[in-house]
Design a protein around this ligand. Structure first.
Ligand code: URA
Length: 383
């Protein structure tokens, strides 16, 4: 394959042959293709798009650019991926809840990106919690505890690391086939047979409109199905933050409330809904209503919390030492009484980032205690 002919093919809107696309991804992962040619191709894909078949081949080739995990367990494996939003802490209660319902959940999560928080940063606000386990330890804990939550390793989907870094600086991030291949290559490499996607839309989300979120959801499902996995997607509103807390330790606190059967209705509700879809798609329950009832019971009776505590202890987290506390707190009262008519999730995400809950540079150290708490939600009365 001659690189410039391959780029021209996509520039002119033609479909790549499978062998060429696979060779291209090998060149990306092995570093034999220079940045300028990869970047030119990314822009051609951004402008011309890809067919469903091309997207699936790209995803498969990116997945196979590194290690692919496989589990041989008596329980079905399942995972969730959220496209990210403000106050989205759902993974923290969801993984142990699903493990309690009889699933095995190998969850590889990310750090904060822009104004959206990351599960790894949140978990690290628990003193000692180790998200850098090696793959053998990760697999052992998935088998023994039922769930384990770690960060991306260097060996999983290395082609995505290079493509993502180039997309970030070439204006080619918002492309449905490129986003699909990026998300799916990592999730497929992680080895879960069932994947449920929480595709968010709105002010605090990557996809601003419901129509774009639907297009991404359809692309994720089509790609997952072509590659032999069971997939479902929920399209959920991210115009206001999830729950009442934004910030790493504050969101762990809220997650613990949800694991105790309490916490904000929206966080508990979405956790239960996603758990039920994962459990049904993985074959643990036939009816969504039965799975939801089991999920609610596991939150109410403390069994999901016990699984979280077991995962936390296995990952060296010391919940008993307490979570970081902010040195100072400031009340932000409403200027007048009334009902909350509108909420700008993105502005709240920016405020939390400015307080230290998110990164302003790659090397920035987070203030794990910083953030916003006791947020009011749409339609609520304020005095
Ligand atoms: N998350 C990813 O992992 N990749 C994308 O392209 C977008 C979101």
């Amino acid at each position: 394959m001659i690189p410039q002919w391959f780029i021209e093919e996509k520039r002119d809107g033609r479909e790549h042959a499978e062998a060429d696309l696979r060779a291209w991804v090998r060149g990306v992962a092995e570093g034999t293709l220079p940045d300028y040619q990869v970047a030119a191709w990314l822009m051609a894909v951004y402008l011309r798009g890809m067919t469903e078949a091309e997207t699936a081949i790209l995803t498969d080739a990116m997945m196979r650019s590194g290690e692919c995990l496989a589990f041989d367990l008596p329980r079905p494996t399942a995972d969730k991926h959220s496209t990210g939003g403000i106050g989205d802490k759902i993974s923290i209660p969801l993984a142990p809840l699903c493990a309690t319902l009889g699933l095995a959940v190998p969850m590889i999560s990310g750090r904060g990106l822009g104004i959206t928080g990351g599960t790894l940063d949140k978990l690290e606000s628990i003193p000692g919690f180790d998200v850098r386990l090696g793959i053998p330890e990760f697999k052992r804990l998935v088998a023994e505890v039922g769930c384990c939550m770690i960060g991306q390793t260097d060996t999983l989907a290395p082609a995505d690391r290079r493509l993502y870094a180039l997309r970030d600086v070439t204006g080619t991030v918002p492309s449905i086939p490129l986003i699909t291949a990026s998300i799916m290559s990592k999730k497929l490499a992680e080895g879960a047979q069932t994947l449920v996607f929480d595709v968010k839309f709105g002010r605090g989300a990557f996809m601003k409109t419901q129509a774009d979120a639907r297009r991404l959801a359809e692309s994720l499902i089509a790609t997952g199905q072509r590659l032999g996995r069971t997939c479902r997607a929920l399209i959920t509103d991210m115009n206001q933050p999830l729950g009442r807390a934004i910030g790493n330790a504050l969101e762990v606190r809220e997650s613990l409330d949800v694991l105790s059967g309490q916490g904000p209705d929206d966080v508990r509700g979405l956790t239960v809904t996603l758990a039920a879809h994962m459990a049904c798609a993985a074959g643990r329950f036939a009816a969504l209503g039965d799975a939801e009832a089991a999920a609610r019971a596991a939150l109410a009776d403390g069994s999901a919390l016990a699984t979280f505590r077991a995962m936390c202890a296995a990952q060296k987290g010391r919940l008993g030492d307490g979570l970081p506390q902010a040195a100072a707190t400031v009340d932000v009262p409403a200027p007048r009484s009334g009902f909350v008519a509108d909420i700008d999730a993105e502005a709240l995400g920016r405020a939390a980032l400015a307080l230290g809950a998110g990164r302003t540079s790659l090397e920035a150290t987070l203030d794990l205690a910083a953030g916003l708490d006791r947020l009011r939600q749409h339609g609520e009365r304020v005095e």
